[in-house]
Design a binder for this molecule. Structure first.
Ligand code: NDP
Length: 333
């Protein structure tokens, strides 16, 4: 039985990851660490977690813990991941992996040299819809992909309108929160890396302290595919979607940029559109299942640490493009 420790008494842990770990036949949540003793105790009670710690060091000193899930606010991801890796734990870290590329690369390098598994919790590539779209693209069903469109403008619910909208030092803002997911989903579905980006950010009344709450932009992939994206915290009525348009057909993922295992995929070719069947599965359960398997040496996490580096590189480039009005190239091309 793999024993997980949580760093962060977070909403995402409560809503998705704790149940996803608990439902696996081979894992359980054994402990949680929070900076607040009261929050640690309440969280552990509410979610039936046997141990609560008020210090990350004490959690990491626990020899029976195999894997750590980090869902603190973003400025803590790097130091906590490095400490967990140094303690010999496997780490599934929330996105964005860190606030800078240097930090994210240090995390990957540390995990590699310690011989532990590092994963990034990009949930969307675990969606049956996105996996089906990737498969159809890879098998040539729509010919050569030319363009993609990501519709990921949502309304940030009131209970999450905290550090995301008022703490730049915690990695707030829609770009590090949502665009980073678009980048991963596009990389995953298209099977290519980003060459350059351009973007404009907007300030529509929710973001404070200079944080953007909406952004639109264009990403150019190395293979020439161009992708447009619209991400927001401020759009209560917009549907989400993900489209890929190729020389022989188009794919329409509708209601697919979401945490829930919902949405449809349709393919339009030869003048008609058909829905493609997908077997929905809880995205976070699949993420944990793949991670548990990776710990046992069976494959890789759904999204690796390197995937987290690449999605962060795109998000940081989008932020720079929005700030400067320039097209920003991604290093490594
Ligand atoms: P929360 O705001 O719920 O929790 C983040 C941290 O804030 C907690 O670890 C906790 O710290 C602290 N905290 C919690 N409640 C309170 C409170 N009442 N007062 C003060 N501090 C509090 O964040 P989210 O769960 O929304 O996000 C956490 C991480 O997960 C982020 O990195 C985010 O980007 C990522 N995320 C990923 C998603 C995905 O689908 N992949 C979806 C949502 C978030 P402490 O532990 O010290 O108590």
């Amino acid at each position: 039985m793999l024993r997980w420790g949580l760093i962060g008494a977070s909403t995402i842990g409560r809503e998705w990851i704790v149940p996803a770990i608990g439902i696996q036949p081979d894992s359980m949540v054994a402990a949680v660490a929070s900076s607040s003793p009261e929050r640690a105790r309440r969280y552990a009670n509410e979610l039936s977690i046997p141990n609560a710690f008020t210090s990350v060091a004490n959690l990491l000193a626990e020899p029976t813990i195999d894997a750590i899930y980090i869902s603190s606010t973003n400025e803590w991801h790097e130091p906590q991941a490095l400490a967990a890796v140094a303690a010999g734990k496997h780490v599934l870290c929330e996105k964005p992996l860190a606030l800078s590329l240097d930090s994210a690369r240090r995390m990957v390098a540390a995990a590699t040299s310690a011989g532990v598994v590092l994963g990034t919790n990009h949930h969307l590539r675990n969606a049956a819809t996105h996996r089906k779209m990737r498969e159809l693209i890879q098998t040539g069903a729509i010919g050569r992909p030319l363009a993609a469109r990501v519709f990921h403008a949502v309304y940030l619910p009131p209970h999450l309108q905290s550090w995301r909208v008022d703490r730049p030092e915690a990695g707030g803002g829609v770009i590090l929160d949502i665009t980073v997911h678009d980048a991963d989903t596009l990389r995953f579905a298209l099977g290519d890396e980003v060459a350059e980006v351009t973007a404009m950010a907007a300030y529509q009344g929710m973001g404070r302290a200079g944080l953007e709450d909406a952004v639109m932009g264009v990403i150019r992939f190395r293979n020439g595919v161009i992708a447009q994206f619209h991400d927001a915290f401020t759009a209560p009525h917009a549907p989400t979607g993900f489209e890929v348009h190729g020389t022989e057909g188009s794919l329409f993922g509708r209601d697919v940029m979401t945490q829930r295992p919902i949405g449809t995929v349709s393919m339009r070719r030869h003048g008609s559109e058909e829905e493609v069947p997908v077997d929905h599965e809880n995205l976070y359960e699949r993420s944990v299942r793949c991670f548990n398997a990776a710990i046992r040496g069976e494959g890789e996490p759904a999204a690796t640490g390197e995937d987290g580096v690449q999605s962060l590189a795109v998000a940081l480039a989008v932020r720079e493009a929005a700030e400067t009005g320039q097209t920003v190239r991604i290093a490594g091309e």
